[in-house]
Design a binder for this molecule. Structure first.
Ligand code: NAD
Ligand code: TYD
Length: 341
């Protein structure tokens, strides 16, 4: 099986590639990634020399490149993924998330290959009661969420019109190793370690439903193997938390590990102006994937967050190279040299 994984240098897909290579000895992964600011090939340092792994630097919007590339199935993770950036400039979100998905659907249609589209619970908007199921209406509030909802509808149209074997997964907020430090959890960990201010938007009481990235990767793989054509699967681990609760939990773990008074760290919390259109609450009902596919989450949040903090403490160089911008030179030094020989 030659699997085209898009956005493989990002947070979730780099974890996914590692999971697939260690689970299936006969799988070959082709990682197609544009290497935007969020793409970091250092996420895959440990597997980059595997003879079952190929990296292609390129854009999912590039139809010609897709036609030149051989593969049997597509797992589409590539996206502009940060809500705050989509508020500043929505255009790249539409380009990659909508037009890029369209190019991938087109090549999948021509080849007749399976297409798994990785989407998000944010397409459902915000809720005050209960949890989103797959029949909940699409009511995206941010440009990011609107671009993902648009791509989901495009996938649906290829199933209905062309009978494409496509599936959609909609996962809640992920955390774990290799998450880019613009997102809440790595930002709080790193700022706590560096004793920098920790920005909390609004009143800090917005709720997100957190899942460990490894549980998400296992779920995507389970849907790839056992999902039905046109199927939509919510992924979540019934773990709702207020942002301020997460921040305090991280600070208490860091304080304990470094034997510092918790107050020293909680003093870093800085309530800042709220995000525009800030969704109040996400909550996912994962009953369908549990009942129909037999997937369930393995990682309990308290264990997962502690291991994640330990990972960021042990991998200081990884995030320091992001903060300094040095990670962006990795492709040229590693791959540039290799391409020359
Ligand atoms: P990320 O921002 O860490 O990584 C995105 C990757 O896509 C980067 O490597 C980037 O270089 C690449 N990319 C961007 N534009 C591209 C293009 N035009 N062509 C090729 N590659 C391109 O994102 P992430 O957090 O790992 O999210 C991955 C996917 O999962 C996204 O589709 C996102 O919507 C979805 N998702 C994320 C979460 C979450 O909590 N992070 C939750 C649910 C769903
Ligand atoms: P984020 O990690 O950006 O994910 P998303 O917006 O896709 O849910 O943010 C998670 C929550 O944390 C969200 O409610 C916004 C909030 N937040 C802060 O309070 N401060 C921050 O610095 C960031 C990045 C997020």
């Amino acid at each position: 099986m030659k699997l085209l994984v898009t956005g493989g240098a990002g947070f979730i897909a780099s974890n996914y590639i590692r999971h697939i290579l260690s689970t299936y000895p006969d799988y070959h992964i082709i990682n197609l990634d544009k290497l935007t600011y969020a793409g970091n090939l250092e996420n895959l340092k440990d597997i980059e020399t595997s003879d079952r792994y190929t990296f292609i630097k390129g854009d999912i919007c590039d139809g010609e490149l897709l036609r030149e590339t051989e593969f049997d199935a597509i797992i589409n993770f590539a996206a502009e993924s940060h809500v705050d950036r989509s508020i500043l400039d929505a255009q790249p979100f539409l380009q990659t998330n909508v037009m890029g998905t369209c190019s991938l659907l087109e090549i999948a249609r021509q080849r007749g290959c399976t297409f798994l589209h990785v989407s998000t619970d944010e397409v459902y908007g915000s809720t005050t009661e209960g949890a989103f199921n797959e029949a909940s209406p699409l009511l995206p509030n941010s440009p990011y969420a609107a671009s993902k909802a648009s791509s989901d509808l495009l996938v649906r149209s290829y199933v209905e019109t062309h009978n494409l074997k496509a599936m959609i997964t909609r996962c809640s907020n992920n955390y774990g190793p290799y998450q880019f430090p613009e997102k809440l959890i790595p930002l709080v960990i790193i700022n706590a370690l560096n004793r920098n201010p920790i920005p909390v938007y609004g009143d800090g009481m917005n709720v997100r439903d957190w899942i460990h990235v490894t549980d998400h990767c296992r779920a995507v793989d389970a849907v790839f193997h056992n999902g039905t054509t046109g199927g939509i699967y919510n992924i979540g681990s019934r773990n709702e938390r207020q942002n301020i609760e997460i921040v305090n939990l991280i600070l208490s773990i860091v304080a304990e590990k470094f034997h510092v008074e918790e107050k020293v760290l909680t003093n870093l919390i800085s309530y800042v102006r709220d995000r525009k259109g800030h969704d109040r609450r996400y909550a996912i009902d994962p009953s369908r994937i549990e009942q129909e596919i037999g997937w369930k989450p393995d990682i309990n949040f308290e264990d997962g967050i502690e291991k994640t903090i330990e990972w960021y403490i042990s991998n200081k160089q990884w995030w320091q190279r992001i903060l300094s911008g040095d990670y962006m030179t990795y492709y040229n030094t590693q791959y540039g040299e290799r391409l020359k020989t």
